[in-house]
Design a binder for this molecule. Sequence first.
Ligand code: NDP
Ligand code: GDR
Length: 395
Amino acid sequence: MSENLIASLLVGRNTSAMPIEEYKARKVALVTGVGVGVTGQDGSYLTEFLLEKGYEVHGIIRRSSSFNTGRIEHIYKDRHDQVFKHPPSGKTDDPLYLGVKFFLHHGDLTDSTCLVHIISQIQPTEVYNLAAQSHVKVSFDMSEYTGDVDALGTLRLLDAIRTCGLSDRVRFYQASTSELYGKVAETPQKETTPFYPRSPYGVAKLYAYWITVNYRESYDMFACNGILFNHESPRRGRTFVTRKITRAVADIHLGRQDCLYLGNIDAKRDWGHARDYVEGMWLMLQQEKPVDYVLATGETHTVRSFIEKAFRVTGRTIVWEGEGVNEIGKDSETGKVRVRIDPKYFRPAEVEILLGDPTKANTEMGWKRKVTFDELVTEMVVADIEGGLNSSTLM
Ligand code: NDP
Ligand code: GDR
């Protein structure tokens, strides 16, 4: 059965008769990884960004027994809600009205059938594959699952586009990562730096990277990889180190916590703000040709220095004593121990340093990060203090 015949048998929008240029002129995005509850950092920022650009946005979410659209609550309105049918201002650019262009679909990257079905229904012009088991430490405990979602999930999505006969009509973005560099071959890392992943997550993402390149070369698809260095925000998942730190600093400030337990505080990362990075994702799909780009700040900082800066936002100075697993961080004024090392957070293999070179993205796409390291840390700490004061569970 030909791909086009399969596509025509599927229930969906009738775009098959539409000339290719007319099809491509539409602005319909499919985003995986918009998340329910407290995940989906990038998906939520990207969805906002695309809605503001006038896109119709479709998000894939997994079924959850505790359904909670926390990250996207402000842009997702129930279809029967009178508010968005008649926005208070009467203007179609009212943020409340934007919700009318945002749709959620239940799906999973482990389920090919549902991916084919969703793509055939919505007939997207751009697909952003952000869904992943994205926690590096967890990938050591759930390596097979991580491979299934992060590696094969990408293959399933690319194949679903082909099965629907849309290879020449869809632009595809793959959320690749600086974890590909792992045990780094050179510093700073750029598009040509060899890969040496150090975790089941990194290895799964390596497959995803290459299958994206392979589909571009084999089927002439507009498919590209964004090799993104760490990016954070107040919406960052709570178990990633930056958010774990800013939440603890806020809770210590509010008298709700005594001490923060961490693993390797000498690891170095190139941390930017997620809002800047989703713009880079979109820019990659607006280029004339599909090309892979590094997005990074070009600065690296230790986890230790993130901790110091975060405490400083609340007026506290941390001084360090001891060595190795016995090292502690004390409040210089009160002498209270605020940071301790817990080896359970060490990884079987660590990525010691990451530092990206974003020159290519800067010169070819005009992309540059806007938010500095200090601004990022401050925004996250302040948001966690405000969230703590409001006892919000959505942050
Ligand atoms: P998050 O972990 O916050 O979000 C990942 C999303 O993927 C969640 O919404 C999760 O849904 C969803 N997901 C997980 N498994 C599946 C599945 N089987 N099917 C469908 N959806 C699934 O990640 P980020 O927003 O931080 O990152 C987005 C992407 O970018 C990820 O692929 C990540 O690996 C990559 N990346 C991130 C970087 C960063 O610094 N943030 C840097 C480089 C790459 P649920 O809520 O149901 O769990
Ligand atoms: P990373 O982010 O592994 O770089 O992956 P994470 O914030 O988890 O770790 C950064 C560094 O901090 C060290 N660390 C700790 N990490 C966590 N999570 N918890 C701790 O208690 C702790 N103590 C020290 C880690 O060892 C590490 O060196 C993120 C994810 O978003 C990936 O999906 C993405 O691909 C990469 O960034 C780029």
